[in-house]
Design a binder for this molecule. Structure first.
Ligand SMILES: Nc1nc2c(ncn2[C@@H]2O[C@H](COP(=O)(O)OP(=O)(O)O)[C@@H](O)[C@H]2O)c(=O)[nH]1
Ligand SMILES: [Mg+2]
Length: 442
């Protein structure tokens, strides 16, 4: 498998160890004390050296609240079936890639979805870059391979893609050799420099050295759900300016999808399915041990210092703020204080309304900072509702859990929430937002 983790070496991770009193403790599961080997494969500590195995479970095992087959394990098989790139397997329609090097995971995913839409429209294979960085409890992981988080097979149901590692090791030496590698500069025009992505490409293995730099003045963003004429016009513009023969690999030094993302591309989230890794197993074990077969509500609270500061902006004149088009598209005055950073009284009031309505037994709280456990427990214990907070090692475990709740309340301005909202929409699960009038879950 084409997976690598930059300079990771072998790192031992203990999953689900809380760093605050508030979080629930570690759970006893076979996934405890997993090792993450240098090649990015997860393996049992007892089985060193890492044999490169993936975790295998029966279809839907441990998934509570999900319809049978909602998580399409069959995608894993397809991934293996497709994962045989030979050096003769060069795509004559050309390749496109980018650096998702703006913002954290939620932002990077939106850039990714825009890039997937563009690659499809211009009919080039998308070389999947690693995530620029992903936070881990103790450190920042650099260059996390796409396949360490998502299934290749699921995305290949939509379009041709190849992990950058496979591209560089199998195809590039012959078809895109050093000496013929051009980088394409972003932002449009201006200085022709690849400095922003210098470190990104340098960390790749083997490193990419650009011989040349081409400024690109074409529009990047594309609305995949637009009509065929609009898509045809973009395709012509691109292929006339950059033919696959003279520009076989368009490697951009920045994102090629805008943030916040175009509404018409949101549904592409359904092609991003979590890979069957140890992190996913942690989320599944937590869900089945904590909620069993009960109904549960999940909430996302974005309230770290950066957020508090951002939400102090004068919101009244804005048509949107950060990811907020996800709950109101663009409309001046739509972003209120409670939509951005909900007050505690507002959160308690909306949560109570929801619990009185849906008769759930548990509340799960995910947050970058303050879970407000005491307040929620005082509110919900009299109703016989238990309140849970995990504080996992990597934020993606929270995303995996939030996506599977029966009901979800998110932060409209947050792209961390918007990942969850899109995934839930794709799976037919209901979501609402803080700061909006409660009209029930449709
Ligand atoms: N574990 C965890 N981390 C979070 C949560 N919310 C935000 N974060 C962290 O804060 C970052 C926020 O950046 P981003 O993903 O771009 O979302 P946004 O800033 O909310 O639009 C995430 O990537 C996480 O690292 C949460 O509920 N749980
Ligand atoms: Mg952010």
């Amino acid at each position: 498998m084409g997976v690598f983790w930059g300079n990771w070496g072998v790192v031992s991770i203990v999953v689900l160890v809380a760093n605050t009193d508030a979080a629930e403790g570690s759970i006893n599961s076979p996934q405890d004390n997993l090792n993450l080997a240098g090649d990015g494969q997860f393996c049992d500590a007892a089985a060193q050296p890492c044999p490169g195995q993936r975790l295998h479970r029966s279809k839907g095992a441990g998934v509570r609240g999900a319809g049978e087959g909602e998580f399409d394990w069959a995608g894993q098989d397809e991934e293996l079936a497709h994962d045989h790139v030979t050096k003769d397997g060069w795509d004559g329609n050309g390749y496109i890639t980018f650096c998702p090097c703006m913002g954290n995971f939620g932002n990077q995913i939106e850039q990714y979805l825009g890039a997937i839409a563009l690659a499809k429209v211009v009919n080039r294979t998308l070389i999947l870059p690693p995530f620029y960085h992903v936070y881990h409890r103790a450190r920042q992981l650099q260059n996390v391979p796409f396949t360490d988080l998502f299934q290749l097979g699921a995305l290949r149901q939509f379009h041709r893609v190849i992990p950058v590692h496979d591209f560089l090791t199998i195809l590039a030496p012959e078809h895109w050799p050093a000496g013929q590698r051009r980088g394409y500069a972003y932002p449009f025009g201006g200085e022709c420099s690849l400095t922003q992505s210098k470190y990104f490409y340098k960390d790749l293995n083997p490193p990419v050295v650009f011989d040349d730099c081409v400024p690109c003045k074409l529009r990047f963003d594309v609305n995949f759900s637009a009509d065929e004429r609009a898509k045809g016009a973009i395709k012509n513009l691109w292929s006339n300016s950059f033919s696959p023969q003279s520009h076989p690999v368009l490697a951009f030094n920045g994102p090629i999808g805008i943030f916040p993302m175009i509404a018409g591309n949101r549904y592409l989230q359904k092609y991003l399915r979590w890979a069957d890794t140890a992190y996913f197993a942690v989320a599944q074990v937590y869900i089945s041990e904590t909620f069993g077969k009960d109904i549960w509500v999940a909430i996302h609270l974005r309230n770290g210092e950066d957020w508090v500061k951002a939400c102090k902006t004068d919101l009244s004149t804005l048509a949107y703020m950060m990811a907020s088009p996800q709950c109101h598209e663009k409309k001046i005055g739509a972003v209120t204080k409670d939509l951005c950073l909900p007050s505690i009284p507002h959160m308690l009031e909306l949560t109570l309304q929801v619990f009185q309505d849906v008769k759930a037994k548990h509340l799960f709280i995910a947050t970058d900072k303050h879970p407000h456990l005491q307040e929620f427990r005082m509110l919900l214990h009299p109703l016989g509702v238990s309140v849970h907070h995990l504080n996992p090692d990597i934020p993606q475990v929270d995303l995996m859990i939030l996506g599977q709740a029966d009901f979800f309340i998110g932060t409209c301005t947050s792209s961390f929430t918007s990942f969850v909202k899109r995934e839930r929409d794709a799976n037919g699960k209901p979501s609402i937002f803080w700061g909006q009038e409660y009209k029930g879950f449709q």
